[in-house]
Design a protein around this ligand. Structure first.
Ligand SMILES: CC(C)(COP(=O)(O)OP(=O)(O)OC[C@H]1O[C@@H](n2cnc3c(N)ncnc32)[C@H](O)[C@@H]1OP(=O)(O)O)[C@@H](O)C(=O)NCCC(=O)NCCS
Length: 181
């Protein structure tokens, strides 16, 4: 399968309920909307993403998260038809360049529609095109949804549980795009 075919979902996507969203790389101008997205998330979703709940996303974090170099640090966002950010998936390559940590969040009302799977598949495809093959994910051990999603998109090479947090080392399965037959 060609890279172009595997990257075809960047742009408009149709979700399971027929609604649409646009997937695109994050931009520095997204910083305020990133903070607004955080404010729209339920405490449970914030906790699953950040392992802590803060009253708001610290501005310095929003700045860092919105400004990536598109190589070693990358984020892909999903935008709703009314132009709000509704999901973000990102990777951050480690210093030795052999492993990238991934993280994802989908706004509660948009969960369960296939968006997380599409976004993560897109991120893995993008990273693979940059030569990144191994990924690290940290998630709450009770986060079955994320665990299952990762298991469908990637092969788990290592699985380590400690104090309620699971760390996984992953390599994407050959077909990371859920739209593929
Ligand atoms: C984990 C997360 C990213 C998944 O995103 P999503 O858009 O809901 O994922 P999808 O719609 O692609 O669904 C993936 C699977 O989760 C399950 N699922 C999703 N939403 C569900 C819901 N509301 N109820 C029950 N099951 C659900 C389904 O089994 C689905 O599999 P399917 O394809 O067989 O239907 C999202 O739930 C989220 O943002 N969680 C909080 C942050 C987080 O946990 N991040 C991970 C650590 S970085």
């Amino acid at each position: 399968m060609s890279r172009a075919a595997r990257s075809r979902s960047m742009g408009g996507v149709t979700l399971k309920d027929g609604t649409t969203a646009v997937l695109r790389p994050i931009r520095p101008e997204d910083e305020p909307e990133l903070s607004a997205l955080y404010a729209r998330l339920s405490p449970e979703t914030v906790y699953r993403r950040f392992f802590s709940v803060m009253a708001r996303l610290p501005p310095s974090w929003a700045h860092i998260l919105a400004n990536v170099d598109y190589e070693r640090r990358m984020a892909i966002v999903a935008v709703s038809p009314d132009n709000r950010l509704i999901a973000v998936a990102r990777y951050d390559l480690n210093d030795s360049g052999n492993e990238a940590e991934i993280a994802i969040v989908v706004q509660d009302q948009w969960q369960g529609k296939g968006l997380g799977t599409m976004l993560l598949a897109e991120l893995l495809n993008y990273a693979e095109a940059k030569g990144i093959r191994r990924f690290r994910a940290h998630l709450l051990t009770e986060n079955r949804r994320m665990l299952d999603m990762l298991g469908r998109l990637a092969e788990v090479l290592e699985h380590h549980d400690e104090r309620g947090v699971t760390s996984l080392l992953l390599i994407p399965r050959p077909r990371a795009n859920p739209e593929d037959p």
